[in-house]
Design a protein around this ligand. Structure first.
Ligand code: GLY
Length: 337
């Protein structure tokens, strides 16, 4: 078949696909959003704004003490304090808000939304973010749970070979040792398209576990951990924030879609840029992982991860079109040995 005939056929297929398959609304999130998706779907079904839906999904995960990478129960920094980062973008009004290194408030996504709606600023950090949240009626509370405190204590004890803080890794439970040896950078990113065609997104995290106090990752940075353009779509990231920031990850994914890439292809394209920064040297790339997620304005979606860690841990992302919330397979760039 000649290339131009193939292109004609592909264009026809894409048009048909858009006509037949586009759902009235859609939510996409990292896999840890699956259990909360129904709350967002309910709001979208009633005609609410996509931002209400994504905040509902993400704040439910922030409230969950068992989710150790987001909100309440998130793993703390090196000093044993939970510092949260989040950003929101509202496509229809093209506005954004963010908070970073926020302590004592379990829903940074909601505070980020208020920064967007109630201030002339885009981001508040640390003490200022906390003051703003308290002034707006948020409750100050301890975010460490018994479980996250115990994991931090073990991590702290392992950092020193002298003095009172002392422990051997062998004495630590295998599941905890795994967390300590490879501090997680889990995060939730979630975006939705509403019945009116508005697209909005939110990314929220407790950041890299045991980070230095004050360390800020990609999640609250517009263009890194989250980007929304109502004319194109939305993208977000989970994984090692520093690497995402260096390629302006979410923005780069949206720009690839603007140039015509499908969502999964756009995620892979930006992961190739991350890889290129290391001259595609797998031994250096192996020290971190990064996953991108994307939704375009036609409600097509996709995700890709830098490393497939093992066949048993296929990378996933969550999607709901109102019928059912399901996990979908993400693509990957490299397979670990
Ligand atoms: N992606 C979360 C972080 O690195 O902080």
């Amino acid at each position: 078949m000649y290339r131009r005939d193939f292109l004609k056929l592909s264009a026809a297929a894409v048009t048909a696909n858009l006509e037949v398959k586009q759902p009235p609304f859609l939510i996409v999130s990292s896999a840890n959003g699956l259990s909360a998706m129904e709350q967002g779907v309910e709001l979208l079904r009633k005609g609410n704004d996509a931002l209400d839906a994504v905040i509902a999904v993400v704040s439910a995960v922030e409230d969950d003490p068992e989710e150790m990478s987001v909100g309440y129960g998130g793993l703390p920094n090196a000093d044993g304090e939970v510092e949260l980062d989040a950003s929101v973008m509202h496509g229809p009004t093209r506005s954004a808000g963010a908070v970073a290194a926020l302590k004592y408030i379990k829903n940074p996504s909601k505070v980020a939304r208020l920064v967007m709606e109630r201030t002339g600023h885009l981001m508040l950090v640390g003490e200022g973010a906390l003051k703003f949240a308290l002034a707006n009626g948020f409750r100050r509370e301890e975010l460490l749970t018994k479980k996250s405190r115990e994991i931090w204590l073990k991590w702290r004890e392992l950092q020193s070979d002298k003095g009172a803080w002392r422990r051997q890794l062998e004495t630590v439970d295998v599941s905890v040792a795994k967390i300590i040896s490879n501090p997680p950078t889990g995060t939730i990113t979630c975006f939705a398209k509403d019945l009116q065609g508005g697209i909005s997104g939110v990314t929220s995290t407790s950041g890299l576990a045991f980070k230095m106090a004050g360390r800020v990752g990609d999640s609250p940075l517009i263009g890194a951990g989250l980007y929304v353009d109502n004319d194109v779509g939305a993208a977000g990231a989970t994984g090692r924030g520093e690497e995402c920031i260096k390629v302006a990850g979410a923005y780069a994914v949206v720009e690839c879609m603007r140039r015509g890439a499908m969502p999964e292809e756009a995620c892979l394209e930006v992961l190739k840029r991350v890889s290129a920064r290391y001259n595609h040297d797998r031994s250096r790339l192996k020290t971190f992982n990064l996953q991108f997620y994307a939704l375009d304005k036609h409600a097509r979606h996709g995700s890709a991860v830098l490393w497939l860690q093992s066949d048993k841990e296929r990378p996933k992302y969550a999607v709901s079109d109102g019928k059912a919330a399901v996990l979908r397979n993400a693509a990957w760039l490299y397979e670990a040995d």
